[in-house]
Design a binder for this molecule. Structure first.
Ligand code: ATP
Ligand code: MG
Length: 380
């Protein structure tokens, strides 16, 4: 899956922009506030029908402009198709087109251009709280497995109902009678969540470890281990077995749940531990190691997406180079050989030897610096 070219009119700080892209790495270089992230946002909008920094379309339209138009030629599953979106200032709804044909809903464009985005906030996913890591697994699995998305929705609903019953147990004691029913459904759906997440994490680990090892010059072994309630000793076991262990956990924690008036049993607090060379990353990893592992996880997520859909999503890496040493920067710039990648960075001297370097200033492309044999002459 790749973007052949992109045109923007009146989008963010771009008055008018056209660019053809490399099928491999596209390095977008420029000083702060020149429009590098805006460019990734445009690609993301065409891919998902939503920008990643705002939900308000009005903010995407260039100040003072009446409309914004984004269009791209995309190659996926051996076909060339064009994606076009026009959004308007005021109340007029946006228009979406696929190869010139107007589409009434965003869903009709699903799968034409898949993207995996990595932005600076994602860099600390392995250092932050468990909710961030659960979200990483849940977001990927909801896209890949509709049954998982259903189970997650049902589990969240049951959790809210059981939590309300426990919280209000003195005011509304009759609610407690519903808890066995909630527990039964929570054990069933919880078992689906745990086994699906644990098996996905196992696949993610296999691929992320390979990326991380290459990234760190062979120095670091990345391991990912799923963590759930104590009675579930093998979270990747068959769901029926995990269900039994969850029921056990519920029974042994019921008294504590009544006392604390909180739901203490189930996968809603689950997490995964990342370790480098046997040391838990949360406590011991450096900034650069944390960034490296987070990028390796994204690369692995992209590989798994390919295994499922048959096409590698376009990878969008916003501002990931800072705090990486030259060897690790070189990995990002010159060693992600599979699929199309967009990388933004501020360091003026950076180039990619395996793709195209695009220099941006004030929402315009700067002319390519003349080299003896064109854009790829950066090879040294
Ligand atoms: P950095 O290196 O700091 O991340 P960047 O090159 O990624 O910078 P962008 O986030 O792409 O910069 O934003 C560039 C500029 O776009 C900002 O100065 C912002 O004010 C401007 N901008 C954002 N939205 C609009 C809009 N609707 N109309 C005009 N300009 C806008
Ligand atoms: Mg930026």
């Amino acid at each position: 899956m790749r973007i052949l070219d992109l045109s923007l009119t009146g989008f963010r700080n771009y008055e008018s922009f056209q660019c053809a892209f490399d099928p491999g790495v596209n390095l977008i270089v420029g000083e702060n506030a020149q429009g590098k992230t805006n460019l990734l946002e445009a690609v993301c909008y065409l891919s998902r029908g939503a920008a990643f920094r705002t939900r308000k379309e009005a903010e995407l339209i260039r100040f003072g402009a009446d409309y914004a138009e984004l269009s791209a030629t995309v190659e996926s599953y051996g076909r060339e198709q064009s994606l076009r979106t026009v959004m308007f200032a005021g109340r007029r709804p946006r228009q979406l087109f696929l190869s010139g044909v107007k589409k009434s809903s965003r869903e009709e464009l699903d799968g034409v251009l898949n993207t995996v985005l990595f932005c600076p906030e994602d860099l600390m996913v392995l250092k932050k709280g468990a909710a961030e890591r659960r979200k990483l697994l849940d977001d990927a699995l909801c896209q890949l497995r509709p049954r998982y998305a259903q189970a997650l929705e049902e589990y969240r609903r049951l959790l809210a109902q059981k939590s309300a019953a426990l919280r209000d147990r003195f005011e509304r004691p009759a609610m407690l009678e519903l808890i066995p029913e909630y527990n039964e459904r929570m054990a069933q759906t919880g078992a689906i969540l745990i086994t699906t997440r644990a098996r996905y994490l196992r696949e993610l680990e296999k691929r992320a470890a390979v990326h991380h090892e290459a990234f760190s010059g062979g120095k670091e072994q990345l391991r990912l281990v799923y963590q759930t309630v104590s009675t579930v000793t093998d979270p990747a076991a068959p769901a029926a077995e995990v269900y039994e262990r969850l029921k056990e956990h519920q029974s042994s924690h019921y008294r504590a749940e009544l006392e604390s008036q909180q739901c203490l049993s189930g996968p809603h607090k689950d997490d995964f531990e990342a370790a480098l060379n046997g040391l838990p990353m949360k406590a011991f990893a450096s900034q650069g190691q944390t960034r490296t592992a987070a990028i390796s996880l994204k690369l692995a997520e992209r590989d798994l997406f390919e295994a499922d859909t048959g096409e590698l999503p376009v990878l969008l890496l916003d501002d990931v180079l800072s705090e990486l040493d030259p060897g690790r920067q070189d990995f990002v710039l010159n060693h992600i050989q599979s699929g199309q990648v967009f990388i933004t960075c501020c360091e003026q001297e950076k180039v990619t030897r395996i793709g195209k370097t695009i220099r941006i200033e004030g929402g315009r492309i700067l002319p390519q610096e003349p080299t003896p044999s064109g854009a790829r002459a950066d090879k040294s």
